[in-house]
Write a protein that binds this ligand. Sequence first.
Ligand SMILES: O=P(O)(O)OC[C@H]1O[C@](O)(COP(=O)(O)O)[C@@H](O)[C@@H]1O
Ligand SMILES: [Mg+2]
Ligand SMILES: [Mg+2]
Length: 332
Amino acid sequence: MQGQHLTQFLISEQRRVGGTGELTLLLTDIAGACKGIGHEVNRGALAGNLDSIGSHENIQGEVQKKLDVLSDEIFVNSLSWTGHLAGMASEEHDEIIPIPEGYPRGKYLICFDPLDGSSNIEVNLSIGTIFSVLLAPNDNPTAEDFLQPGTQQVAAGFCIYGPTTILILTTGNGVNGFTLDRNVGEFILTHPNITIPEDTSEFAINMSNHRFWEAPMRRYVDECVAGKSGGREKDFNMRWLASMVAEVYRVLMRGGLFTYPMDEKLKTKGGRLRLLYEANPMSFIVEQAGGMASTGRERILDIQPVSVHQRVPVILGSKNEVARLVAYHLEG
Ligand SMILES: O=P(O)(O)OC[C@H]1O[C@](O)(COP(=O)(O)O)[C@@H](O)[C@@H]1O
Ligand SMILES: [Mg+2]
Ligand SMILES: [Mg+2]
């Protein structure tokens, strides 16, 4: 019900499914961590948070920003001791993060991207935190225990730090959005039962990679760009924010197609976006909102992961456009 506090909403969900309350507590802790990250993002240069930390790279070979590291610390520190997790995997850690010795353990695993879209930090555009919750097969998990297909996710969400701070959440029963009311420090249900329109005339892709794309992607985008004068006889609009959280949020609000496809430069890496903590949680959310998510050749949620930091091509959003692009891929 619109206006509900996040905790109230989670407790009514827990009652509906007859849960024990452990997921409610975990999600409340995640929301708390997101508030902490949002606070640091918001303080920006006032707290020296935009400073560089030199040339340190994460396992992805990407330069870490100070806020990437700070956000990761906030997430890990907020969740390690709660007793709801058996282990964590973060974009910013080469190895999985165990729960420290002597701390209570719980039945869930979490995979997260503490700060997504971090190339936008210094230009003051929307960035966010993405997370995926899985069941832990045991309370001392190895990296292999995290390699579960996206269909096994218990919950997924992201928090976007934009003009307003909004938490988007699914536990497999639709998608809801909660806006942070800074006066009371609570996330309030403002966007209940989000659904993605099936049709769209908006697409999002990094056009500078055009010459490296595979033929089906070039065909699709060239048709969009041709607009009314082309085979589709319809004009399209284009957006590119270089921030997956912001792109997916836009798709949830008004439809659209978002893609970071396979291209010649990415072939050896498998794609650009990470399966466990970017593609899977976003695909779960998009499907729960009535959209579709695919690599072009298979449903993202069906992929059997082979490594924690695995990358995949991503095409997601309004069902009919994603289906068209998948059909182009299958035609070859
Ligand atoms: O710089 P590019 O090639 O446009 O890539 C942008 C993509 O990279 C990302 O920023 C990757 O996420 P991180 O910032 O967590 O590394 C996505 O959010 C975004 O879609
Ligand atoms: Mg990211
Ligand atoms: Mg990141």
